[in-house]
Design a protein. Structure first.
Length: 185
């Protein structure tokens, strides 16, 4: 009789502990997904930053007197490539760079020889592919962030999340209304 009473009293505690452990493990898995997907974005942003000096050098050969635009893109690239930025700060750094690239491609429109240059066209295509990859990685990252944030904020899982130090994560959003401008190829 005492064993049955003890079992009845301890069963809800055991079930609550198992539930908390399952929720904790799910939170850990989602946090790892968020970190992994941010790493994917970081790789694509670095690829983009590596393409920009070649693009600027190619445009400089045709439009040497457009130094203000070229220097601006170079400066914005340096600021965006600082690395180890949070999603919020990366979005703030990448938006002006996207606008600068847009101005660079607008300058290129004024130079028919540049628009026909095979190296420029190849760089433009690579940049367009990179922008597509960044957009896909961004969607994947933001989906993982949404899942983690939902679990951190929903009741009763918020009890486990707050007790174990899990906090909502920032989405990767650009501060620009123009978002990413994919170059026309």
């Amino acid at each position: 009789m005492q064993t049955a009473t003890l079992f009845i009293l301890l069963a809800p505690v055991f079930i609550a502990l198992v539930w908390a452990l399952l929720i904790y493990n799910r939170l850990v898995r989602l946090r790892l997904h968020v970190r992994e997907s941010w790493s994917d974005i970081d790789v694509q942003l670095k690829r983009r930053h590596d393409l920009i000096p070649n693009l600027v050098a190619t445009v400089r050969g045709y439009a040497a007197h457009e130094t203000a635009v070229l220097e601006n893109v170079t400066r914005l690239r340096s600021e965006a490539a600082r690395g180890d930025l949070s999603p919020r700060h990366a979005g703030a750094a990448e938006a002006p760079l996207a606008a600068g690239l847009s101005r660079l491609f607008a300058v290129a429109e004024n130079y028919p020889a540049l628009k026909a240059d095979t190296q420029f066209l190849a760089l433009q295509r690579e940049l367009a592919e990179t922008e597509d990859r960044i957009a896909a990685a961004r969607r994947f990252f933001n989906a993982n962030v949404r899942d983690l944030n939902t679990l951190c904020e929903q009741f009763p899982t918020t009890l486990v999340a707050s007790a174990t130090g899990f906090r909502p994560v920032d989405f990767f959003q650009l501060d620009s209304a123009a978002e990413r401008v994919v170059p026309r190829v």
